[in-house]
Design a protein. Structure first.
Lengths: 612, 338
């Protein structure tokens, strides 16, 4: 018997008076003990499938057609009490953000106790023993102590292990894991995925694995469904689908993702973004047609049928035969940077933060940045990589003057910027500009775009005239490849990708010498990320600026930067040209970071996932 | 956890010292700036100018203000707040005699406010998304805008005057004895075994406590409701649902404890205000507490008594805040950092 089967599952959203399908006619079969991957960018409808299983859809959404059979029983027509009885017992969920998925005011032990009591363990002692056994099975050390701890005392990885233990505690027959590693540090990805795979094998559980990461899906899943705008565009065995993609979207996504091994090539830039539900109403025929490189007039006429590529591999495209022809060119890097004449020189920079120990305790300090030295040459893109808390963002804040260093120098163009003076401040503002990670909070929601991007023209004694500012806005928007009518809008009216462009445009208003970019593409979809990375490369060629590119994504770093600094616990542990450092990493932390990235080739084995 | 609470209390008590100094200095200065002469007031109206001058010297009123304050302060530290001008008794002992009644009233009011607040908040939250929600919204805003003295008058007229259901003057029937052991009338009545006194005191407490409780519950109600709303958007609630917990288990086992944190913060502030709110309610119900004493003292410009009562209110509010913050530490594990 199948663990889960979807038959023409359709989820619709009410938008005004209209009903728009958010998932249309999705069908799949999941056998016990198998992992099915749902792959695609945000807005594809992946998460909605998981929510449909629990029937916990967001307000305004409803399942309007189809069947969802759990072990032959339709979850959609089942009595709510019967369905709730299955949740947590036969069907379990692993969440995306482990830190917030545990109740902060209850101990880990209390949360296990509640769940195990619901599973029918009568005695308190039996529940305690079972909790310890499950936590130990999830490779959490000192499980007894853990029971008395609160979620905030645990790291994100430990929380996720506890939640995985909780999910498998009831021997579920189906587990839905929705981007279970996205919120965690890169080096936590392999062990968490390994744990899920291990538990899944031990318990013979069927798993629905939701992810945006194609390489990861190739490694972990037996079968995959690639989704686009609510439709399954391609499905089949994971390795087959990614080795021989038949749908242009699958192929374009692969080409939009920077490679870790092969020769560096330009990224495939899919124009625009995934249509929203409102836009979907107005798209006739194939949903992907407006962005598809292989589009023909026929594609707009009607929804493409599902065709079999092989017995197990299906695709929803009439041009599937030509998909493999989509490709990108190899790319050359611009002129080599003049390393002998560094533009920015950071010397022995340190930053200590005092952690107060209350009224009676002695003050202690922690070194967020410890004795860090590096240089950036003109036009050079330098990457700063490391895990969260390693001190990357502190360096950015020190460079732009949001924090004062405890010791060390920041020498720009021969002058030490750390000496406090008005001249240094204006010099710093003119030559170093920062792009913040989250455009949502970095852009004032009450200011129109024109006022945001030319904010730099308000500085100093000379205020620029409104005409000058509008003129500059138009230039900047054109530079960013955005329509001029955006100037009058507010940040809230833009998409995530557009907001990040505005965020970059603001820093480029008075073309700085060095751009400091703090995780500016993380959290964005692959196709939007490719757009921004290509934009940055083009802007450098046109305007000429250097960049300190802070990131945790090594493939992006490899694509964009020529040199890399690896940070670990406040110190730079390794630095050098990207090829050298990535090709022959010396420091254990660099090695750990590199091995956390799944291999490019769908057929290759990822040692960390298979190892015991 | 006990250590952390103890540390917090110690820190708070230490911080209370400068606060009390500032408040007492402020009180002292403001009262001295009033155009009243305590010396003249403490003498018969037939006293001559010379006699008043002599009295001024005797009371130390001819000295510079800072010196006067220091004298008063050192006396106050020895428990001597001076003699009340109108009663001729120690101001400290007058406060001590009326404070228990006020604490009793404020405590009863707080319990009622908590019951109404929690019950109302849960009810409002339960009715979310129904057509009834709009009605409860309007009603709760209406309740929010009725101050305690208006409740006092409304309840007095309805239950006291119109229905003759409950007594509305004093703390106990005048024909009954008032036992005095701890100063808390309800407790003392039980201690001496006079159930009739207890019943009478209890009936006398109902209306003033209700007036205060009703005035302070709507804010708690609304904060609890909106905290619950916020908590229900958290991931752990969704995750609890995905584990198959019932809505009842989610509310009582997961949501309420989290929503209690912001509610407690507000309740703490409210209790401070409620304590001063006893003043007007005591006047309305001729309740023999510190509020009535204060009104008497102000009316007669009884400066030593005003100072003593003012400081007592200040200490009470500081103590309440310390208790609330300690409770907060007990409820919120994130604050239990050593």
């Amino acid at each position: 018997m199948l663990a889960l089967e979807a038959r023409d599952l359709t989820v619709s959203a009410r938008i005004g008076a209209a009903t728009v399908p958010a998932i249309r006619a999705l069908s799949f079969q999941l056998a016990p003990g198998k992992i099915l991957g749902l792959v695609g960018e945000s807005g594809a409808g992946k998460t909605m499938v998981g929510r449909a299983i629990a029937q916990l859809l967001p307000p305004g959404f409803a399942i309007t057609a189809g069947a969802l059979l759990f072990e032959g029983e339709d979850l959609l027509t089942m009595a709510p009490a019967r369905r709730r009885a299955l949740l947590g017992r036969a069907i379990a969920f692993i969440p995306q953000a482990p830190m917030t998925a545990l109740n902060p005011v209850l101990t880990i032990g209390a949360q296990f106790d509640e769940h195990l009591a619901r599973l029918g363990l009568k005695s308190r002692n039996a529940r305690r023993e079972r909790a310890i056994a499950m936590l130990t099975a999830a490779h959490l050390p000192r499980a007894e102590d853990l029971l008395t701890q609160y979620p905030h005392q645990l790291s994100g990885g430990m929380c996720q292990r506890a939640l995985i233990a909780l999910a498998f505690a009831g021997n579920p027959r189906l587990v839905v894991a929705d981007e279970p590693t996205t919120a965690l540090d890169v080096t936590m990805h392999p062990p968490i995925l390994h744990l899920i795979a291990e538990m899944q094998r031990q318990h013979g559980t069927a798993v629905i694995f939701i992810t945006h990461d194609l390489r990861l899906a190739a490694q972990l899943c037996d079968d995959v469904i690639v989704m686009y705008a609510g439709r399954a565009v391609e499905s089949g065995p994971a390795r087959t689908v990614f080795a021989t993609p038949a749908h242009p979207y699958t192929r374009c996504l692969q080409l939009a993702n920077p490679a870790m091994s092969a020769e560096r090539r330009t990224l495939y830039v899919l124009p625009d973004q995934m249509p929203s539900l409102v836009q979907l109403q107005h798209i006739a025929g194939c949903h992907f047609a407006p962005r598809c490189p292989l589009v023909t007039a026929e594609c707009h006429r009607e929804e493409p049928p599902q065709v079999a590529v092989t017995a197990v591999h299906t695709v929803t495209c009439i041009r599937a035969a030509d998909t493999f022809g989509i490709s990108t060119a190899g790319r050359s890097f611009g002129p080599p940077a003049l390393l002998e004449q560094p533009l920015l020189r950071v010397e022995n920079l340190s930053k200590h933060f005092a952690i107060s120990r209350g009224l009676f305790g002695a003050a202690r300090t922690v070194a967020a940045v410890n004795d860090v030295s590096f240089t950036i040459a003109e036009n050079e893109f330098v990457a700063l990589v490391g895990e969260s808390g390693s001190g990357k963002s502190t360096i950015a804040r020190l460079l732009v003057g949001l924090e004062q260093p405890s010791s060390g120098r920041i020498v720009f163009d021969g002058a030490d910027l750390t000496t406090p003076s008005l001249r240094n401040r204006t010099r710093r503002a003119a030559s170093l500009q920062m792009v913040f990670q989250d455009p949502q909070s970095a852009l004032n929601p009450r200011r129109p775009i024109a006022s945001i991007v030319t904010q730099a023209m308000e500085a100093g004694s000379r205020h620029a005239s409104a005409e000058d500012r509008l003129k500059r806005t138009k230039e900047l928007l054109a530079e960013m490849g955005m329509p001029a009518d955006i100037a009058a809008r507010l940040p809230g009216q833009l998409s995530g990708g557009q907001r990040q462009r505005i965020n970059i445009a603001r820093a480029l208003c008075r073309v700085p010498k060095v751009l400091i970019a703090d995780e500016i593409v993380s959290g964005l979809d692959v196709s939007i990320q490719a757009q921004l990375l290509s934009l940055l490369a083009r802007l450098r060629a046109e305007l000429g600026f250097a960049m300190l590119f802070i990131s945790h994504d090594l493939s992006v770093v490899r694509h964009l930067c020529s040199r890399v600094l690896v940070m670990y616990r406040g110190e730079i542990v390794e630095q050098g040209p990207v090829e050298e450092v990535f090709g022959n990493p010396q420091h254990p932390h660099t090695q750990a970071l590199l091995s956390s990235v799944p291999p490019d080739e769908p057929g290759a084995t990822w040692p960390l996932l298979r190892a015991n | 956890m006990l250590v952390i609470v103890a540390k917090l209390v110690a820190r708070r008590l230490l911080a209370a010292v400068p606060i009390l100094l500032v408040v007492s200095a402020l009180l002292f200065c403001v009262l001295r700036l009033l155009p009243v002469d305590p010396a003249a007031m403490s003498l018969p109206t037939t006293a001559t100018i010379a006699e008043i001058e002599a009295k001024r010297r005797e009371m130390g009123l001819d000295r510079p203000l800072p010196e006067q304050y220091l004298i008063w302060l050192s006396d106050a530290l020895h428990g001597n707040f001076g003699r009340s001008i109108q009663f001729g008794r120690e101001a400290g002992s007058l406060v001590a005699a009326t404070l228990p009644a006020t604490i009793q009233l404020a405590g009863a009011a707080m319990v009622l406010a908590a019951i109404f607040g929690l019950g109302g908040g849960l009810l409002l939250f339960h009715l979310r998304g129904t057509w009834f929600e709009a009605v409860t919204d309007i009603v709760s805003i209406l309740l929010l805008s009725i101050p305690e003295f208006l409740w006092g008058l409304i309840l007095l007229f309805v239950f006291g005057v119109a229905l003759h259901a409950l007594p509305f003057t004093g703390a106990v029937s005048p024909n009954l004895p008032q036992p005095h052991v701890t100063g808390f009338l309800l407790i003392d009545a039980l201690l001496v075994g006079r159930l009739d006194v207890f019943a009478s005191a209890f009936r006398h407490l109902i209306l003033p406590a209700l007036a205060l409780g009703l005035a302070f519950s709507p804010a708690i109600m609304r904060v609890l409701r909106s905290s619950l709303f916020d908590v229900y958007h958290e991931d752990y609630i969704q995750q609890a649902r995905l584990r198959g917990l019932s809505e009842r288990q989610i509310l009582l086992g997961h949501a309420l404890k989290n929503a209690a944190l912001p509610t407690l913060t507000l309740a703490g502030v409210q209790f401070g205000i409620l304590f001063s709110g006893t003043l007007l309610v005591e006047v309305i119900y001729s309740y023999p507490g510190m509020g009535n004493l204060m009104v008497d003292a102000v009316r007669n410009a009884d400066l030593p008594l005003i100072e003593a009562i003012g400081l007592t209110y200040c200490v009470a509010v500081l103590l309440i805040n310390t208790v609330v913050d300690s409770l907060y530490v007990v409820l919120n594990p994130k604050l239990r950092v050593r």
